[in-house]
Design a protein around this ligand. Structure first.
Ligand code: ATP
Ligand code: MG
Length: 189
């Protein structure tokens, strides 16, 4: 019998997690109306993101052992206690990535605080022994998957987003798509 099973009869339990920010209800409504427009215009034919799933990923960890979740929370506690600033940004662009068939929204200008939060989180989790992809951060809000777009709708107006907290979120893959559940949240000052 492998040693790991003697110590822990259940064995490692992988959970898929990522750090992200979620829109407040008003911002969620505005972002959701763009999703609805995409669905109604039927320009791209893909699968739209559910309202409650709209988010901006900061750092994606992928599968980690459930027993290591407290270590991730500890990293976030340390960052919160070092006094990260709240920030505002404006969503101004709608785009389509052909390579992964995703329609997304993105800010045209990135606030320094967002870049700082992502970089401090990446450093924190990798110092704690988690592996994170170090490809350049491309902040985006996924609106549609499996899309094949010829045209994109216009964004009727820029959408302001005020980030006041960030979350650690568990992602469960189900037949109806990913189901997200927060496992921790940390405020920005
Ligand atoms: P689905 O997989 O059902 O299409 P999803 O991509 O939103 O939905 P996850 O795959 O769990 O669900 O991803 C959670 C978040 O992390 C999403 O914002 C996704 O874009 C992002 N993400 C997923 N894989 C990576 C990766 N390899 N690198 C960076 N971000 C990723
Ligand atoms: Mg995915």
């Amino acid at each position: 019998m492998p040693i790991a099973e003697e110590i822990n009869p259940i064995g490692p339990r992988p959970v898929r997690v990522f750090f992200a920010i979620w829109p407040d209800p008003e911002t969620q409504k505005r972002l959701g109306s763009v999703v609805e427009q995409l669905r109604l215009d039927a320009l791209c034919g893909g699968r739209t993101t559910k309202l409650q799933n709209i988010h901006l990923t900061l750092v994606f960890l992928g599968d980690v052992d459930a027993g290591r979740l407290p270590a991730l929370s500890q990293v976030a506690d340390g960052i919160r206690n070092s006094g990260m600033s709240a920030f505002d940004f404006t969503i101004e662009e709608i785009g389509y990535w052909k390579h992964n068939h995703i329609v997304y929204l993105a800010p045209r200008e990135l606030p320094a605080e967002l870049i700082q939060l992502v970089s401090i989180l990446e450093d924190g989790v990798s110092n704690a022994g988690f592996s994170v992809e170090r490809r350049p951060y491309a902040p985006h809000i996924t609106l549609m998957r499996n899309a094949l777009c010829r045209n994109l709708p216009e964004l009727p107006a820029p959408i302001a987003w005020q980030a006041r907290e960030w979350l650690l979120v568990k992602s469960e893959q189900t037949s109806g798509g990913s189901v997200y559940a927060p496992v921790g949240r940390w405020s920005l000052e």
